[in-house]
Design a protein around this ligand. Sequence first.
Ligand SMILES: *Cc1c(COP(=O)(O)O)cnc(C)c1O
Length: 374
Amino acid sequence: MRIETLAIHAGGESDRETGAATPPIHMATTFRHGPGGERIAGYEYQREGNPTNDRLRTAIAAMEGAEAALTFASGMAAVSALMESLPSGARIVMPDDCYAGVRILAAEFLPERGLRVQRLDMANLDAVRAACADGVELLWVETPSNPLMKISDIAALAALAHAQGALLVCDNTFASPVLQQPLALGADVVMHSTTKYFGGHSDVLGGALAFKREDEFFAKVARRLHITGAVLAPFNAWLTLRGCRSLPARMALHCVNARGIATFLEAQPQVERVNYPGLASHPGHALASRQMRDFGGMLSVQLRGGRAAALAVAGRLLLFTNATSLGGCESLVEHRASVEGPHTTTPDNLLRLSVGLEHVDDLIDDLAQALAAV
Ligand SMILES: *Cc1c(COP(=O)(O)O)cnc(C)c1O
């Protein structure tokens, strides 16, 4: 089945007990045992598993083409559970440009657990190959990357990882499974901040891991989640499951709007550079055209007037809310360097846009009036 159909039907079956046509929420923390102490329907205690979470896991696994999926209280909880399930001393190669939380986790927390992290440009395969030559257990890739929208070759990275017996994990948050299927390209695990496009309405935090194989490593991460407890609450699982249904339709419009805005911005004299893989000028355009179905709703723009111009534009926009995060119905703008703090590597003249579902002409009018001020 195609993803538009899976998004609605996988995990979305009507309720067996009542016939309710859409999924119920099960809030119970504990489940009654049978007469011999056995589990009646496979459940015992909410931290270990609950029916609403299982529906969401089924939906995400189906959309990513995975054998199994796990859901977490946040995207970062998913990343942490995965990293902490690696053997101590494991070597990790990860991108120079990636989600700031993952970067901070790698810098502050992983080394004290005995994990060794090397960061480099994952779009540079020679550099990755050289780094892997000394041995590696996990390759982390985020493509498109935050906030420079770099594109990395998932199939080539999978081949490099597998040649060393390592896993390739792909943060697929920006693309969503609608636009990119990392497991089919060779990745072993897909990570999502479901807070973003899956939830889709900027009102529910969550994370997920989708595993190509329901193997020992899957079991290890699942056990860690059950015991350490960063589980997704049933209500949040239900909201995210609700988001799944419209994900393909929303992504289609995010792509149309972002393409329109990228094309507009690229033609403006105040703009130095637009980072959007859908533009022919983007260095990753050809690769993105091969490995993605479309180019997504995220882009960044670098202004000629430096930091001052970037802040002025962000401050004058009326329809774009100046806020962090992404993937909701409403458009957001953000000066990433300010948000990331003093150690940021993000250019000072860069604004990141999460293009929402408003009419694209209204969004362009808003950008035009804001740019006119600089
Ligand atoms: C938001 C985000 C995360 C972290 O997810 P949370 O749900 O905020 O914990 C990780 N990766 C990317 C690309 C993100 O955008």
